[in-house]
Design a protein around this ligand. Structure first.
Ligand code: UD1
Length: 419
């Protein structure tokens, strides 16, 4: 098994640049299927989930090539409408090919997506919305047979929860559908606005992205374009939390502070000093950390569930008692027992964690249970006394471009090895 060996207790310093966003790139790559020509995506992170998306497109007959951080996708010719189970299982975001395939080909056969390490992640909202738009979806033994015999049409869709994936799927399906689709209670995450930005660059008619009502007026064709993927706000949060834990001063470049307000406010409340200007965030932590008021994860612009494991790690070293409530994914607390192995005092009950901050964390053998839990353990290990062996790092590779290189650049003693 591949793992990280991390020697803790070094302060971080210097500057680091944030890569393009995984969660923005994945729906945009699915959106390339709607374009009958070449799309050039810049700032596309080098991650296993991006590679899996390219494999899905290639399997459908599209051409994908990568050079540095640029992914070129050409979906002029489509030769298949079936995505094999082994590709669908590679990641959760494969569900986006429902909307994209129906939008482009009017039919597809695929299975339930994988990547569900955060617990049951149903796609009922996606399916109900697509059915409202004229799709017929039959499920048998985990295989979804999808078709739109009379083509997709616009619809008024009211989501019972502002699901990010469902909002993206509907946008993809609606871009080429006949008539207007309105999504009420849509997700407001910045990655939704980035998908809208890409589709609009290709000629789609979309308004309201970033608000809870998105309108999409279907067009007959989308055109090739070049597009730059937004920076990854959770990768930025990872660097900020690593600095908060390890101490020292760090400049995080290529980031947008406005998309990280709840995380920045929490770190300031915990005793960090943070300044932001012109796409950069500077953080320094030279005092002991202190407990903060209750953290509750919420859809954007609330506190992001993806940053919750990172701040839980920070709060494990903050003097006093902090409470974290996880409202989005029931399995997001799977890092807590691993932090406890490192000396943290955390009591977890259902969706609530009570954290009594401790002065010192200690190196230990720990396992990543998912992507963000893994990153949080790496950040915790950077501040711990002694050596941490972190296993299951293939989860981390799904969302971070060589995390060990980035953390080494800022002074963390970390290396990848077989453990
Ligand atoms: C996306 C992000 C993920 C982030 C999450 C919430 C990507 C690739 N992933 O995941 O990193 O943590 O948003 O910000 O962009 N739900 C249903 N039925 C559905 C759809 C969702 O019950 O049909 C529930 C889920 O189980 C979960 C909640 O809604 O409890 C949020 O899910 P959703 O917003 O859809 O997250 P994802 O798109 O899966």
């Amino acid at each position: 098994m591949q793992g990280f060996i991390i020697e803790g207790s070094n302060r971080v310093g210097g500057e680091i640049s944030v890569s393009g966003s995984k969660n923005a790139a994945l729906p945009i790559i699915a959106g390339c299927l709607l374009v009958s020509g070449e799309v050039i995506l810049r700032g596309c992170p080098e991650l296993s989930d991006i590679y899996s998306s390219a494999r899905i497109l290639s399997c459908l007959g599209c051409k994908c090539t990568r050079s540095g951080d640029t992914l070129t996708v050409n979906c002029k010719e489509i030769s298949r409408d079936h995505i094999p189970d082994k590709l669908m299982r590679l990641m959760r975001s494969s569900s986006l090919y429902l909307g994209a395939c129906l939008g482009r080909m009017g039919r597809c056969t695929l299975s339930y997506p994988g990547g569900c390490e955060l617990g049951a992640r149903p796609i009922d909202l996606h399916i109900t919305a697509l059915e409202k738009m004229g799709a017929e979806i039959k499920e048998e033994h985990g295989v979804l047979e999808c078709s739109a015999p009379s083509g997709l049409h616009g619809a008024q869709i009211s989501l019972s929860f502002p699901s990010v994936g469902a909002t993206e799927n509907i946008m993809l399906a609606a871009a080429l559908a006949k008539g207007e689709t309105v999504i009420y209670n849509s997700a407001r995450e910045p990655e939704i606005a980035d998908l809208a930005g890409f589709l609009k660059r290709c000629g789609a008619q979309i308004s309201g992205e970033g608000t809870s009502v998105i309108r999409i007026c279907g067009v007959s064709e989308l055109y090739p374009c070049e597009y730059e993927i937004m920076p990854d706000r959770i990768v930025a949060a990872t660097y900020l939390c690593t600095a908060a834990l390890a101490g020292g001063g760090l400049m995080v470049k290529n980031t947008r502070a406005n998309e990280l307000r709840p995380v920045i406010d929490l770190l300031c409340e915990a005793g960090c000093d943070i300044y932001d200007y012109d796409g950069r965030i500077y953080i320094s932590r030279n005092r002991p950390l202190k407990a903060v008021s209750t953290v509750r994860t919420m859809p954007y612009p609330g506190f992001p569930t993806d940053a919750q494991p990172l701040v839980t790690a920070v709060l494990s070293r903050a003097k006093g008692v902090s409470v974290v409530v996880e409202n989005i994914f029931e399995n997001r607390f799977r890092l807590n027992p691993e932090l406890v192995r490192m000396g943290a005092d955390i009591k977890t009950e259902g969706r609530i964690a009570v954290i009594e901050g401790t002065d010192t964390l200690y190196g230990a053998r720990v396992m990543a249970s998912d992507l963000r839990a893994g990153a949080a353990l790496a950040a915790a290990a950077a501040s711990a006394q002694g050596i941490t062996e972190l296993g299951n790092i293939e989860f981390i590779d799904r969302g971070y471009e060589h995390l060990e290189r980035s953390l080494s650049e800022i002074g963390v003693k970390i290396k990848r090895t077989k453990i």
